[in-house]
Design a protein around this ligand. Structure first.
Ligand code: 8YV
Length: 328
């Protein structure tokens, strides 16, 4: 790795302050028109770069990483989730991978809370009604939704974001339940008054709202399978700001069509950016284009993390946010 001015290839446009700093520090190649890289462009990038800065839209699978040049030593992901990167192949080829944990927790939790409220309180539906010009006035029985106060929230994945959602939801009067690989520290459980469910199946069968905050890994792919979705009560809502692949989306759509679920609020999809067209006509569904961490503040903080990870690595030290295959 050339110590002064390694070639850093950045696959998408980042906030101006981050790009400026990056150009001061390194020899940078930016993607000026911000189009998602094709597979060919990604292969060209891994062949040239000393450091690659990808995002969630770059599929760095075995085939792509197999073509990486000897000089590629660091993949400094702009984002927390690393499910688009084949970590084992990266490790075998001696490529360090880093991510940007922590800094997007609160904003993603805020967006989750907005989505938890959105379908039960019919926010998007009400907004559409006004814009359509069809609102004829208030009535005692018009646009009635359901309260979330006093309802049971089942959190799948109680890491940083899951806990931040729990804190907010507790403030909204929801009862906190969770399923996680490991039980969280008793002090956190106490603070959140959270009930742990070792069995995901048992938790699903008892919740009013389910929200997903686990990473997408081979173990969590379709964790909410057709069988598990059927365990949910028909008045339950599903919220997903994690990864689309965690839910069997086709099965979810079938259940929504049959009225076997009360609704869904989805910020992520199984085949982004394509969205199952059947979802588009459903009033009890809110759809967002992967905006969980989309604030200026989060994106600048994520960029700062990328810069620190690269700088530390280039200076010959272990970068702070290293991700190993065993960590996900
Ligand atoms: C980012 C995310 O927008 O960090 C993540 O894992 O899903 C999002 O908040 C995206 O990953 C940026 O690459």
């Amino acid at each position: 790795m050339p110590k002064d001015k390694p070639l850093v290839v950045v696959t998408r446009r980042l906030p101006d302050v981050i790009e400026t700093r990056m150009m001061e520090l390194f020899n940078c190649r930016l993607n000026m028109d911000d189009h998602p890289f094709t597979r060919e462009e990604l292969i060209a990038a891994v062949k040239d770069a000393d450091v690659l800065v990808p995002t969630v839209t770059d599929r760095l699978d075995k085939g792509v990483l197999a073509q990486a040049g000897e000089n590629l030593r660091l993949i400094a992901n702009f984002g927390n989730g690393v499910d688009h990167i084949d970590l084992s192949t990266a490790q075998q080829r001696g490529i360090t991978v880093t991510n940007t944990p922590g800094v997007l927790t609160e904003d993603t939790a805020d967006m989750t809370m907005a989505l938890i409220l959105s379908v039960p309180r019919r926010l998007a539906e009400g907004e559409r009604l006004i814009r359509s010009g069809r609102w004829s006035g208030w009535s005692p029985t018009h646009m009635l939704g359901h309260r979330i106060w006093g309802k049971r929230l089942g959190i799948i994945g109680m890491g940083r974001i899951g806990q931040a959602v729990a804190r907010r939801a507790k403030g909204f009067g929801m009862a906190i339940h969770y399923h996680n690989r490991q039980r969280v520290h008793p002090e956190i459980e106490q603070e959140l008054e959270a009930t742990y469910w070792e069995s995901l199946d048992q938790m699903l069968a008892r919740m009013d709202v389910i929200t997903i905050h686990c990473p997408h890994t081979p173990a969590t792919y379709h964790l909410l399978s057709a069988r598990r979705l059927k365990l949910l009560r028909d008045h339950a809502y599903i919220v997903n700001t994690a990864r689309g692949e965690v839910i069997d989306e086709a099965a979810l759509v079938r259940m929504l069509q049959k009225g076997e679920l009360a609704g869904a609020a989805l910020d992520v999809f199984e085949h982004e950016p394509s969205v199952n067209p059947k979802l588009l006509d459903m009033d009890n569904v809110v759809l967002l284009p992967h905006m969980g961490s989309a604030t200026i503040e989060s994106r600048i903080d994520m960029g700062e993390k990328v810069l620190v990870n690269i700088k530390t690595f280039v200076d010959g030290h272990k970068p702070p946010d290293r991700v190993l295959p065993t960590m996900v």
